[in-house]
Design a protein around this ligand. Structure first.
Ligand SMILES: [Fe+2]
Length: 309
């Protein structure tokens, strides 16, 4: 084989390999991983000594309507027989205003799962690419459907007589987080569940205690091969090897979803779309017994026990 022919063969071989990888990477976007995470929190809450029924939270993140291969209909079909207490969406619905109807239709379909205590969401850095008037349309549309958007605010839910503070911290990457505002409505007598987009916020939460935090943002690297070096510019957590899954910082558990959609180009390598069910069980202390209450108070900041299914 002459040198020129050899070069052409090498080039064609490289092109074929590249196309095969591209097809494989595109197919990955249709194959969601379902992760089931069980968390047990050892905490002082007013439950009269009763162990609370576990909360079942379906967590989706980074829908990215521009590049999503998983449909809401698929999710409803897969989850319709599972009782859900909450649906939590941790930001990045879209980049472009023209996809607002698509995002709203997606969430509307999802709400057929009828989570007992409703659906809640926060916005991510991509949502904030929208002009303010378009973002307001998205927010109003989500709220109208019954998916409440939390922007540095907390809502308190009564879950079987137990208090759950659902705290939405606005996006850290775009400098919108306001912790004092977000936690203003959350006393320490209830469970504190945080929803936020960029998990890097956990490095800055100091006295703002939470029991569990759900986030997304990193897409599990999306193109995670050989390593997600491109994430290193996305804050300190990736440099601490925390890009997906369950982690702890100062004893507090937080979870980073790989997200459902893709950004840039609709491919994933060594990463899959993710649907997560978090089962949150609280090992409550009785507040009726002074000694138990004292022990519970001392235990307020201890790390939770943890199990992963
Ligand atoms: Fe995203």
């Amino acid at each position: 084989m002459t040198g020129r022919k050899g070069d052409i063969v090498t080039w064609l071989f490289g092109l074929c390999a590249f196309l095969i990888i591209l097809v494989f990477a595109y197919r990955n976007t249709f194959q969601a991983n379902v992760n089931r995470i069980a968390i047990s929190i050892n905490r002082s809450v007013q439950t009269n000594g009763l162990e609370q029924e576990p909360l079942r939270i379906l967590h989706l993140s980074d829908l990215h309507m521009e590049n999503i291969s998983i449909t809401a209909e698929q999710i409803v079909a897969d989850w319709k027989d599972e009782p859900l207490d909450l649906i939590a969406i941790t930001g990045d619905f879209l980049d472009r205003a023209r996809n607002i109807p698509k995002a709203l239709a997606f969430v509307k379909t999802l709400l057929a799962l009828k989570p007992k205590y409703g659906a809640y969401a926060v916005f991510g850095n991509h949502d904030y690419v929208l002009p303010p008037d378009q973002l307001a349309i998205l927010k109003e549309g989500l709220n109208r459907l019954g998916c409440r958007v939390l922007q540095n605010e907390a809502v308190t839910l009564d879950c079987n007589g137990n208090k759950l503070h659902l705290i939405g911290i606005d996006d850290f990457a775009t400098r919108r987080s306001n912790l004092s505002k977000a936690f203003a409505g959350a006393d320490d007598k209830g469970i504190r569940l945080v929803l936020t987009h960029d998990p890097n916020i956990v490095l800055h939460m100091g006295p703002y205690h939470y029991d569990y935090l759900l986030a997304g943002h990193f897409h599990g690297g999306q193109i995670h091969w050989p390593k997600p070096y491109h994430l290193w510019k996305m804050g300190k957590l990736p440099r601490m090897n925390m890009v997906k899954g369950l982690h702890f910082y100062h004893g507090r558990p937080f979870y980073i979803s790989e997200g459902l959609g893709q950004t840039g180009i609709n491919i994933r390598l060594r990463s899959r779309p993710e649907i997560t069910l978090h089962t949150l069980r609280v090992q409550a202390h009785s507040n009726t017994n002074p000694a138990a209450a004292q022990a519970a108070k001392a235990n307020l900041e201890t790390a939770p026990a943890l199990a992963i299914d």
